[in-house]
Ligand binder design. Structure first.
Ligand code: FPP
Length: 253
C-alpha cells in the first residue's frame, strides 16, 4: 500500500517525486501536442520543438516504467499530419530512428517492449525498418509496452478493421450473429490490449484529433496547457494522481 504523503516536497526536487503503487492506470495514452508552439515562442523552427519533444518522450517513458504502467501509447504521427509541409513531415518521420538509435539500449534495460499502431505501409523505409528492428529486439520484454502511434488515424483504423472483418464473415471465419465488441476490438491495431484508462493531452487543446475513438469510450481525460516539450515527470504524476481520485462507473451508479 502507498503512504498518503505529499505529492512532492516544496523544493520540487526530482528525488522527491511520489510514485503511487495502487489504483494507477494500466494503460495511458498521450496526445503530445505543442511542439511547434514551443519552438515558435523561442524563435526557433518547428523541428526544434519536435526534437525537444523526443527528450520529453524519454522522460515520460521512464516515469511510466517507475509507475509500473503496463501500456503507454504515444500519438507520434497522424494520418492528418501528411497535410504539413514536406520538410516537417520528413523531420518527424526520421525521429523514431534517431530516438531508437540513442535510446533503444536504455529501453531494453528497462524491459520495455516496443509496438507500433498505425498504417505502416505508407511510411518511409527508414522509419519502418527502425521501428521493426526495435519491435523485434524487444519482443520478449514483459515490462512497459510502448506503443508508437505512427501514421495512425482512428477512423481509418475502424474502416480497415471493418473491411477485414467483412472478409472473414464472407469466408465463414466469423459469424455475423455472434459478432460482439470483443471480437471487433480484435481487428483494431490495438488487438489484445486493454483500453486506455487515462488519456493525457498537452498543449491546451481539448479534442481527440482522431485518436483511439473506439478505445477511449470509457477513458478518463486529463488536459494541460503545458506544451509537450515542457511536460515533465511531475506533471505526468499529477495526471496519475488525479486519475487515482476519480470514480469510474462505466455507466453504472
Ligand atoms: C504535435 O505538436 C506533435 C507532433 C505532430 C509530433 C509529435 C512527435 C514527437 C513528440 C516526437 C516523438 C518521437 C518518438 C520517437 C516517439 P504540433 O506540431 O502540432 O504542435 P503545435 O500544436 O504547437 O503546432
Amino acid at each position: 500500500m502507498s503512504m498518503k504523503i505529499p505529492f512532492f516536497n516544496n523544493k520540487h526536487s526530482e528525488e522527491s517525486l511520489y510514485y503511487p503503487e495502487d489504483n494507477t492506470p494500466n494503460h495511458i495514452a498521450i496526445i503530445m501536442d505543442g511542439n511547434g508552439r514551443w519552438a515558435g515562442k523561442r524563435g526557433m523552427v518547428r523541428a526544434a520543438g519536435h526534437k525537444e519533444g523526443v527528450s520529453t518522450v524519454v522522460k515520460i517513458v521512464n516515469a511510466a516504467v517507475k509507475c509500473k504502467v503496463k501500456v503507454l501509447t504515444l500519438y507520434t504521427f497522424s494520418k492528418e499530419n501528411w497535410k504539413r509541409p514536406k520538410t516537417e513531415i520528413d523531420f518527424i518521420l526520421r525521429l523514431p530512428k534517431e530516438f531508437l538509435q540513442i535510446y533503444l539500449p536504455e529501453l531494453i534495460s528497462n524491459n520495455v517492449r516496443i509496438e507500433v499502431i498505425g498504417d505502416m505501409e505508407n511510411l518511409p523505409t527508414y522509419t519502418r525498418e527502425a521501428v521493426q528492428y526495435a519491435i523485434d529486439r524487444t519482443v520478449d520484454n514483459d515490462g512497459l509496452q510502448m506503443n508508437i502511434a505512427l501514421n495512425y488515424g482512428s477512423r481509418h483504423e475502424i474502416l480497415h478493421a471493418m473491411k477485414e472483418m467483412i472478409t472473414d464473415i464472407n469466408n465463414a471465419k466469423l459469424s455475423l450473429d455472434e459478432l460482439d465488441e470483443r471480437q471487433f476490438s480484435g481487428y483494431l491495431y490495438t488487438a489484445g490490449m486493454k483500453d486506455p484508462d487515462l488519456l493525457i493531452r498537452t498543449g491546451g487543446e481539448k479534442r481527440l484529433s482522431n485518436f483511439l475513438l473506439w478505445q477511449l469510450a470509457y477513458t478518463e481525460f486529463w488536459f494541460t496547457d503545458v506544451l509537450w516539450p515542457d511536460f515533465t515527470e511531475k506533471e505526468f504524476l499529477l495526471a496519475v494522481e488525479e486519475y487515482r481520485k476519480r470514480k469510474r462507473r462505466f455507466g453504472g451508479i
